[in-house]
Design a protein around this ligand. Structure first.
Ligand code: ADP
Ligand code: MG
Length: 793
């Protein structure tokens, strides 16, 4: 085979190369077309300029951005489409291209319609492929309007956040899962005294005064676990000061990490205020509780909400029993309407305060007089919340007033008796003289008349009537103290003794007369016929008071009243007295009768039976002799009349040095004192306490039993009135003895011991003291009984 010549081989090679080149060119062209296509349709803008800066290519996207068709732009200078204010940026970028740099920069372009929009341009130089010379620029233009907007929003949000975070008055601490502070506002710095840098290097526990770390970890765990917890703690500031703060803790999650968000508020001030408030409240409480003025809160529907001690004591309740009660339950029916009306006026704002004299009802039923001051209490916004009532008990004041009235009426009574006496005396005197004339002439007429004359019986009737009238006149004269009397020294026992037969006849057989003379009676000075008159009147009254069988007791005794006693007992006179007491177990008297007893012509008896002069006469005689009378009586309980006649001090007595009565010794025993008459209860209690005794006072047997049941200690002596409304003294003593078997008993009564003993109210042999008694007398008796007790024990 013949080899091809070299030329031929070269020819072939050239041919191959040509073909290869053509193919390459084609491929290059294809590639250029392809990249042009890419540039045309890519989502970024694309631009090419030549060495002078003339735009030689612009893609679809960029022409849209600028609002021009490509052919309207191609051929223009790039710098011409950049707005004037952006020229500097654009020129600098061009300069960097010439130097061969590639970079990215932001610039603002202008749309055909004038609006401007921000773009990011990534630009680089273009070089000639053959010579490698700089031939222009190309750039990828990205519209960053949306990105800028987002950035602006973020910046705005950030500054809002910053504003809120920093502007918060509350301290805000953001700490991470390790309780390390990551973000702190300036209030937090102020609260703690640390600056931001210092805090960022600290953990939560570092801020707290005395912290239990285990407890903190559990607490922190809970919050990081998602719990929302409020807490209070004491912060230790950088300067060492301690601050009480209130915290609000919750979890926040940022980019998947958990943080604790804590707001804190300084509550030191509030705590101090609270403390001050508590203190002032406690102070108010204590005043409220312990003031002597009764105070009560009453709801707008008139129910007791609270009451202080004084209020409770005044009404005899415990607070728990009062709370919830309606005003009606403790107010006297007479004043409830007025009371409620005033409360309503207060509630409606018609008045802002009222005062009234109010009558309450004590738990035990008695009326309590009080001055009530009521106010409406409002809250800070002016809404009515409750009534506050303050009350002052004026029961005693009222009673004192009554006593004064009583004295006043006694005085009037005395004056009236005085004038009636003067009148009666004057009339009686003349009348007595006339009667003398009538009697004298009747006697003369009788002498002049024969026994069998018809006139004799008539004359005798006249004589009888005149004698009866003379008797009445004598009474009138006695009452008027105009009777001719001849006082002399007498022994009352003897005088009474000599009258007993006459008195027995006077009262009849159905009534038993008991005579109890006291030994060693002092003498008195008076006309014995006056004693006759007194006894006759008292015995006749006793007889009239007894229906059927009964008993009448006459006693004598000695009695001394000291100044102290008399100060407490209007009507009593200090000194030594001889007592004449007449008691019966008849009908007794009601209050009204007792009040009018001594009034002349006062009688409860039917016409013809009573004159109403008996006791007036007795009164007159006693007064004439500087004595006084006392009456004890209750309906159905009989009566005791006590007449005190002043002791006659003889020369003998004056010579005999009267031994000073030794004051009775006191003691420290506990005495349960029961007496239904408040003034006597108070006085007796005072006397006993002055002697050192502890006294448990009770106004009723029921109260005494309650006291005995609740008293924790020993009670040594029961001192009780005998005649009381609820229960008599003997039955009370029975009940108390059951509770305190060792207790000693002392009974007191205005009735005399004998009367009481014989009425079966008391057993014989019990200790007894008769009212009224002096302090010395009573304390001596008490000592005597207590000493017997300890002998027995
Ligand atoms: P008189 O006996 O004429 O009625 P008194 O002055 O003697 O007048 O008595 C006045 C009233 O006092 C009597 O009507 C009676 O109601 C009452 N009174 C007096 N003594 C007793 C007494 N022992 N028991 C009950 N009531 C008495
Ligand atoms: Mg009479």
């Amino acid at each position: 085979m013949a080899e091809k010549p070299i030329y031929e081989k070269l020819e072939t090679r050239v041919q191959e190369l040509k073909t290869g080149y053509t193919q390459l060119e084609k491929k290059l062209h294809e590639a250029e077309l392809f990249s042009e296509e890419i540039m045309t349709y890519m989502s970024e803008g694309f631009v090419q300029t030549d060495i002078r800066g003339t735009i030689i290519f612009i893609n679809q996207r960029l022409s849209e951005m600028l609002g021009y068709l490509p052919e309207q732009i191609i051929g223009k200078y790039w710098l011409d489409i950049v707005p004037a204010e952006q020229q500097a940026i654009a020129q600098e970028a061009e300069a960097r291209r010439v130097l061969g740099h590639t970079d990215r920069y932001e610039i603002i372009l202008r749309h055909k319609d004038g609006h401007r929009f921000p773009v990011m341009i990534g630009a680089g130089p273009r070089f000639d492929k053959q010579s490698g010379e700089f031939i222009g620029t190309m750039g990828v233009v990205t519209d960053i309007t949306d990105q800028k907007k987002a950035e602006k929003q973020i910046a705005e949000a950030l500054s809002w956040y910053q504003e809120i975070f920093e502007g918060s008055k509350d301290a805000i601490f953001i700490s991470d899962e390790n309780a390390r502070f990551v973000s702190i506002n300036s209030a937090a710095c102020n609260l703690t005294g640390y600056d931001r840098e210092e805090l960022r290097a600290m953990r939560i526990p570092d801020l707290h005064d005395k912290m239990d770390l285990d407890a903190f970890n559990t607490f922190h765990g809970r919050i990081i676990g998602g719990d929302h917890v409020d807490s209070e703690a004491r912060i230790l500031r950088r300067d060492g000061r301690k601050v009480d703060a209130e915290f609000n803790n919750k979890r926040i999650t940022v980019s998947g990490k958990h943080y604790m968000h804590t707001t804190a508020r300084d509550i030191t001030e509030r705590k101090l205020t609270e403390e001050a408030l508590r203190e002032s409240e406690a102070r108010f409480r204590s005043i409220y509780e312990h003031t002597a003025v009764g105070l009560a809160q009453v709801s707008l529907d008139f129910k007791i909400m609270s009451a202080n001690e004084a209020y409770c004591n005044m009404l005899g309740y415990q607070e728990k029993d009062l709370v919830g009660k309606h005003l009606k339950e403790i107010t006297h029916p007479e004043v409830i309407e007025e009371n409620i009306q005033k409360q309503e006026n207060l509630a409606s704002g018609k008045i802002d305060h009222y005062r009234m004299e109010k009558k309450f009802i004590h738990k035990k039923g008695q009326t309590v007089h009080a001055i009530l001051d009521a106010n409406l209490i409002r809250d800070v916004s002016g809404n009515a919340i409750y009534f506050l009532g303050s009350v002052v008990d004026i029961t005693e004041r009222k009673q004192a007033g009554k006593e004064r009235d009583k004295l006043q009426s006694q005085l009037l009574q005395a004056q009236k008796m005085e004038s009636v006496g003067r009148l009666a005396g004057g009339v009686a005197h003349d009348f007595n003289n006339m009667l003398g004339v009538i009697l004298g002439h009747t006697e003369l007429a009788l002498l002049k008349t024969d026994e069998d004359n018809d006139l004799v019986s008539d004359l005798k009737e006249i004589q009888k009537a005149a004698k009866r009238s003379a008797n009445t006149t004598k009474q009138l004269l006695a009452f008027a103290r105009k009777d001719i009397i001849s006082p002399k020294q007498i022994d009352l026992n003897d005088t009474v003794e000599s009258m007993l037969n006459m008195l027995r006849r006077l009262i009849g057989e159905d009534i038993d007369l008991v005579w109890q003379p006291a030994a060693h009676l002092w003498p008195v000075k008076m006309d014995p016929s006056q004693i006759d008159q007194i006894l006759a009147n008292l015995c006749v009254n006793a007889r009239d008071a007894i229906s059927g069988v009964g008993k009448l007791t006459i006693e004598t005794g000695r009695k001394t009243f000291d100044v102290e006693y008399c100060n407490d007992h209007p009507g009593f006179i200090p000194g030594d007295f001889v007592l004449l007491a007449v008691s019966d177990n008849g009908s007794g008297m009601d209050k009204e009768t007792l009040e009018n007893l001594f009034e002349p012509f006062f009688t409860t008896k039917e016409v013809g039976k009573g004159t109403g002069l008996g006791l007036a006469t007795v009164y007159g005689i006693v007064k004439q002799n500087n004595g006084f009378i006392n009456v004890y009586s209750e309906p159905g309980q009989g009566s005791t009349f006590k007449i005190y006649l002043p002791r006659l001090v003889t020369d003998e007595d004056v010579d005999k040095a009267v031994p000073e009565k030794k004051a009775a010794a006191g003691g420290t025993e506990t005495i349960l004192l029961v007496e239904d008459e408040p003034t006597i209860l108070r006085m007796t209690r005072m006397m006993l306490e002055r002697k050192g005794y502890s006294v448990l006072p009770a106004a009723t047997p029921g109260e005494a039993i309650d006291l005995a049941k609740t008293h924790a200690d020993k009670i040594d002596l029961l001192m009780t009135d005998v005649v009381m409304p609820e229960m008599n003294g003997r039955d009370l003593a029975g009940q108390i003895t059951a509770l305190y078997p060792d207790i000693r008993l002392l009974f007191m009564s205005g009735y005399t011991a004998n009367v009481i003993a014989h009425q079966g109210v008391l057993d014989d042999g019990v200790a007894f003291i008769q009212k009224p008694f002096s302090m010395a007398e009573m304390t001596e008796k008490v000592r005597e009984i207590l000493d017997t007790a300890s002998d027995k024990a």
